[in-house]
Design a protein around this ligand. Structure first.
Ligand code: M6R
Length: 613
């Protein structure tokens, strides 16, 4: 996952940046680089591989200066090599940029810049940023103005840090959306910039967290914050606790809230290195598959527990729809004793955040003992479920501390989508046009999730209204039915409110008897193929006095006429809609529990990793 560190002050910038990057190493990366202003000009060192390689490079060719920026990169556009590593420098050599996020319209911007005569040196989306800054500087003569104009051109969600030999007394940092957090560390006669607190905590405990659509001009003695239209902001300076756990929580009240907000970034990182947007292809080398092996697969059994099993339920629909392979979802605690029908042409695919869940590991053993091909999707690096699988897709979301899983739910949704496209391609089920379109849709996901997070205040209002309910019913259909299960699980595990989920079509077979004013119905009604069916279920619930809280797509007049309680989501390709519909439900559960004053991160009776049967 990408990391950023910047320094301006009286000390040698290079070791400070390298140390800061090391503190972010645990997040994972495949190349690294730094740029330092040395005697008035920008010097860059960057390389593929680990930070030790960058350190060796810097030892061979030292650079000294008192202002610099550095980056660790997970590849999204272009392979991990020195040319594609950050920082990216413009054509004149006067501007340098590091960036977290995806420039969704980079192809258009790149073509426009090329038509104007710009030469590109990398395959990255980030390089467009530095060329735009350079272009706008030529007309404005101001770094801040050129960053502002550049941000106005970029689609997507970004954290950007810029340095220029034209204005050698400052670093400019900006955040738009949630892909790239930007934190400014304040100290005496020196200041720091980073994507994450751990990078700067050894130097200072006073920090400013940039909000979305804010930028900071950081000089040695001063930090000024503006919104991206140039209006002055008086940011809150936070004093970070010395307790390392509290420090890690940063600007958030609970880890769960932090982790919900990290999803723009974790989803960007999930795509990193696995998707080639130019080619429209998916690369899952970690599965060691070729076309012949992929064609021999006759069945996939996804096995998992709790939240991970809900992700698996979405995966079933994705893989069956896109790759046309039959998929079963088996709750691991049942599968391990079910004497399942498994053979060497069956894949047993385990999903687990911790990679240590006893039932999931036992289910994997059951599959292996019957000769199945064993795959896993796992977050905890080095865990058992990662080690015993023949092929493992690592989630790349970083540590998840809150017991209620959030970012480790949405990441496997994308992993399963990638797997479905990958298998479909290897088995020749989709043509290149279909593959391109499926892959292209992925690029939108981080910013769609960011838009949902920007609407947190509206979800909080609904949480205030419904927090005293004792029961709630969650309804969904098709690809969003598992999201109803997941939404209900989130609510019950942290708020202790009884929440049940049903496939909406089942209502008339019994559960509709429960509906009255004291049983609100949370209905998932995005624009997916089950939309009309969901509308009739909502009408039936309302006819029986039920209050409906809908998750619906912007501009949906039908829903607006039916209910006042709506969590709006942006328009989303339906196969990816579960990632987006999950977000308001996570926020809804979080705010209810938080308003009730409960221990959100460590709810009663629950453990983060269930290593016993
Ligand atoms: O670590 P795992 O993903 O294997 O854990 C599985 C479940 O225990 C876990 O998802 C649990 O349901 C969470 N509390 C959900 O928020």
């Amino acid at each position: 996952m990408c990391g950023i560190v910047g320094y301006i002050g009286g000390r040698d910038a290079t070791p400070i940046i390298l140390n800061g990057l090391k503190r972010l190493e645990y997040r994972g990366y495949d190349s690294a680089g730094l740029a330092v202003l040395e005697n008035g000009h920008i010097e860059i060192r960057r390389d593929a591989g680990k930070l030790s390689q960058l350190e060796a490079l810097v030892n061979d060719m030292p650079i000294k200066g008192k202002i610099g920026i550095g980056h660790t990169r997970w590849a999204t556009h272009g392979e991990p090599n020195a040319r594609n590593a950050h920082p990216h420098i413009g054509s004149t050599g006067d501007f340098v940029v590091v960036h977290n996020g995806i420039v969704e319209n980079y192809l258009t911007l790149r073509e426009e810049l090329i038509a104007e005569g710009t030469k590109f040196n990398s395959e990255t989306d980030t390089e467009t940023i530095v060329h735009l800054i350079e272009k706008y500087y030529a007309s404005s003569g101001s770094l801040v103005e050129s960053v502002k104009k550049t941000l106005a051109q970029l689609k997507g969600s970004h954290g950007i840090v810029v340095m220029s030999s034209k204005e050698p007394d400052k670093i400019v940092a900006a955040r738009v959306g949630n892909a790239g957090g930007v934190v400014i560390g304040l100290s005496e006669d020196e200041n720091f910039v980073a994507s994450d607190l751990p990078a700067i905590l050894e130097h200072t405990r006073r920090a400013i967290f940039l909000e979305s659509r804010q930028m900071a001009v950081v000089t040695r003695g001063e930090v000024a914050v503006y919104d991206i239209n140039g209006k002055d902001i008086h940011p809150q300076v936070q004093n970070i606790a010395w307790d390392p756990v509290a420090a890690e929580k940063g600007e958030y009240r609970h880890f769960m809230q932090k982790e919900i907000h990290e999803q723009v970034r974790s989803l960007t990182d999930t795509l990193a290195g696995r998707v080639d947007f130019d080619e429209g292809s998916v690369l899952l080398h970690e599965l060691n598959l070729d076309s012949d092996k992929a064609k021999r697969i006759q069945k996939i059994i996804i096995t998992a527990c709790g939240t991970a099993a809900h992700a698996g339920m979405v995966g079933k629909l994705l893989i069956e729809h896109i790759a046309r392979i039959p998929v079963e979802v088996a709750i691991a605690s049942e599968f391990r004793y079910a004497d399942p029908l498994v053979d060497k042409n069956t894949v047993v695919l385990a999903i687990s955040q911790s990679g240590e869940t006893a039932d999931t590991l036992a289910a994997m053993e059951e599959g292996r003992s019957k000769g199945a091909i064993l795959w896993s999707i796992v977050n905890a690096i080095g865990s058992q479920a990662m080690r015993i699988a023949e092929g493992c897709i690592a989630m790349q979301v970083g540590p998840e501390i809150g017991v209620a899983s959030t970012k480790a739910f949405t990441a496997p949704l994308l992993d399963l989508y990638l797997l479905a496209v990958y298998l479909a391609d290897l088995r020749g089920v989709i043509d290149s046009k279909q593959r391109y379109s499926l892959v292209n849709d992925l690029m939108l996901v981080p910013s769609l999730v960011g838009e949902c997070l920007d609407r947190e205040a509206a979800v909080l209002d609904l949480a205030k209204k419904f927090r005293h309910m004792r029961h709630m019913l969650y309804l969904g259909r098709g690809i969003n039915m598992p999201i109803a299960y997941e939404g209900a699980l989130k609510l019950k595990e942290i708020s202790y409110i009884h929440a049940e989920a049903y496939p909406a079509g089942e209502m008339k077979h019994g559960p509709i008897a429960l509906i009255d004013k004291s049983m609100p119905v949370v209905a998932l009604t995005p624009n997916d193929p089950w939309y009309d069916k969901m509308i009739s279920q909502i009408e039936q619930a309302m006819a029986r006095g039920g209050e409906v809280i809908a998750v619906a797509t912007d501009g949906d007049k039908l829903i607006r006429d039916l209910t006042d309680h709506i969590m709006w989501i942006p328009k989303t390709p339906w196969l990816l809609s579960p990632v987006v519909t999950s977000i308001p439900l996570q926020l809804f559960a979080y705010h209810i529990a938080s308003l009730l004053g409960l221990d959100v991160d460590q709810p009663r009776n629950l453990a983060k990793s269930v290593t016993v049967e």
